[in-house]
Write a protein that binds this ligand. Structure first.
Ligand SMILES: Cc1cc2nc3c(=O)[nH]c(=O)nc-3n(C[C@H](O)[C@H](O)[C@H](O)COP(=O)(O)O)c2cc1C
Length: 382
C-alpha cells in the first residue's frame, strides 16, 4: 500500500538477463504500476508483457470487484506499456489517458480503438473524486511522449522512469548505486530535459515519489532530488579519481594499479578502478560520471587504441559525457597511438580538460614511467 487509496500492483522480474537488451541486472528489475481507488479508479501504467498474467492478478485483487475507469500512460515504452492490450481486453470500458504524442506512438504497438481516449496536455487535470491528477510533460526523459502525473490529494508524484533503479523490490542493495547506473545509461544523454522536469517538480509539494522501477520513495526526498540534480547537471558527485584501463599484455594494467596505489597513499578520498575488458561497461560508465577526475589507460592497437577503450569512449560520448578532467596513459611498442585516438574521441565531448603531459609507456613499466605516474598522481590531486 502506497497510501490509503493508492496501491502497488507492479511485479518483479528476476529472470531477465539484460534490461533493454544490454544492461546486466543480476538482481532483476521491478515493473511498477499503481492503482488509485477513488470515485473513479485509475491505473497508472502497466508492466512488461513478460509478467502480464501476474500483473492482472494483482490488479484484480486490489480492485476487489470494481472496474478501472482510466489507464494513465506516462510513456509507451514496452517495459511499461506492453500489457495495455491485455488490460483493455479484460476491462473494455477503461479509457486511456495520454498526451497527443502518446496516441501518435501507441498504434505502433497496438491496434486499439482510441475513440474514448482522453488527451491531456501540460497542466491539465483529471479528477477521480478526492484525488485530482495534474499532468506535466517531460519530453525526452527519456522518450518524447513522457509525462508525469501529480496527485494533489496524497501529494504523490508518479514520476515515470525518473527516480527508478535496477533491482527487484526485495534486492538488498544501495539505492544510489543502481539508480545511478540506471540513470546514466538510460537517461544520461538528456540532462537538460531532466533539469526542466526538476524545475517543474520544485513547484509541487511532493511527499511520495512513485517511479516505474525500484522502490516507492517516501522519506528524505531531498536526498533523491539532490542526486538527480547533480546527475542531470553533469556535476561531480564523488571527490576522487576513477581509473579505467584496457591492456593487452598487462603492463598498462600494472601502471593503472600503481597509479591507484599512489593516489591512495597521497590521501585521495576515493579511487575506483575498472578493467574495461572484464568489468561491466554500464558500471564503468556510471563511475565515469560519478567522479570529476578520470584516468584512461590503454594499449595502442593497430594504429589506434585497444577496442574496449574505444568502445567505452563511444559509450561516454553517446551519453553526453562532459565537464570532466581526464588524464591519459598510453602504451605502445613501436608507434604509440592510444593517446592520440583517445584524445580525438574526447575532443568531440564538451568541457573535457586533458591533464598534461600524457604518460607514454613503451612496453614494460620502467623507473622513468613510475616517476611519470608520481607526477600524474600529484597533478590529479593538485
Ligand atoms: C594486435 C596488436 C596491435 C598493436 N598495435 C600497436 C600499435 O599500433 N602501435 C604500437 O606502438 N604498439 C602496438 N601494439 C603493441 C602493444 O601496444 C604493446 O605491446 C604494449 O606494450 C601493450 O601494453 P600492455 O602490456 O598494457 O597490453 C600492438 C599489439 C598487438 C597485440
Amino acid at each position: 500500500m502506497v497510501t490509503q487509496d493508492i496501491r502497488y500492483i507492479g511485479v518483479d522480474d528476476k529472470t531477465l538477463d539484460l534490461f533493454e537488451g544490454q544492461y546486466a541486472i543480476p538482481n532483476g528489475v521491478a515493473y511498477n504500476s499503481y492503482l488509485i481507488l477513488d470515485e473513479k479508479v485509475a491505473v497508472m501504467d502497466t508492466v512488461d508483457k513478460r509478467r502480464t498474467a501476474e500483473y492482472l492478478d494483482n490488479l484484480e485483487r486490489e480492485l476487489a470487484g470494481r472496474s478501472p475507469d482510466y489507464l494513465v500512460i506516462t510513456h509507451v515504452e514496452p517495459d511499461h506499456a506492453s500489457s495495455i492490450r491485455a488490460l483493455v481486453d479484460k476491462y473494455p470500458g477503461i479509457r486511456l489517458v495520454g498526451n497527443a504524442k502518446t496516441f501518435q506512438m501507441l498504434p505502433q504497438y497496438f491496434d486499439l480503438d482510441l475513440s474514448g481516449a482522453v488527451t491531456v496536455k501540460e497542466g491539465d487535470l483529471l479528477s477521480l473524486g478526492r484525488h485530482e491528477l495534474s499532468f506535466l510533460m517531460a519530453p525526452m526523459v527519456h522518450w518524447p511522449e513522457v509525462m508525469v502525473a501529480y496527485d494533489s490529494c496524497d501529494k504523490v508524484l508518479f514520476s515515470a522512469d525518473a527516480f527508478g533503479k535496477f533491482g527487484a523490490l526485495d534486492a538488498e542493495e544501495d539505492w544510489a548505486c543502481e539508480a545511478r547506473r540506471y540513470y546514466f545509461n538510460i537517461v544520461g544523454k538528456y540532462g537538460p530535459q531532466v533539469q526542466a522536469l526538476l524545475k517543474k517538480a520544485a513547484a509541487l509539494d511532493i511527499r511520495v515519489i512513485c517511479p516505474l522501477h525500484g522502490p516507492v520513495l517516501k522519506e528524505d526526498l531531498g536526498y533523491y532530488l539532490g542526486k538527480y540534480d547533480v546527475w542531470s547537471s553533469y556535476g561531480v558527485e564523488q571527490e576522487g579519481v576513477f581509473i579505467a584501463y584496457a591492456s593487452l599484455h598487462g603492463n598498462t594494467a600494472g601502471a593503472a594499479a600503481r597509479l591507484a596505489e599512489l593516489l591512495r597513499d597521497k590521501g585521495c578520498p576515493s579511487v575506483a578502478v575498472a578493467d574495461l575488458a572484464r568489468d561491466d561497461m554500464s558500471e564503468a560508465l556510471e563511475d565515469a560520471f560519478k567522479y570529476g577526475k578520470v584516468v584512461l589507460a590503454a594499449s595502442s592497437y593497430n594504429a589506434g587504441v585497444m577496442p574496449f577503450m574505444e568502445d567505452f569512449l563511444h559509450h561516454l560520448k553517446a551519453k553526453n559525457y562532459q565537464k570532466r578532467t581526464v588524464a591519459l596513459i598510453e602504451n605502445g611498442s613501436w608507434a604509440p597511438s592510444a593517446a592520440r585516438t583517445m584524445r580525438e574521441i574526447l575532443s568531440q565531448m564538451k568541457e573535457i580538460e586533458i591533464v598534461e603531459p600524457v604518460v607514454t609507456i613503451r612496453g614494460a613499466v620502467k623507473q622513468g614511467d613510475l616517476e611519470a605516474l608520481e607526477t600524474l598522481a600529484a597533478a590529479l590531486l593538485g
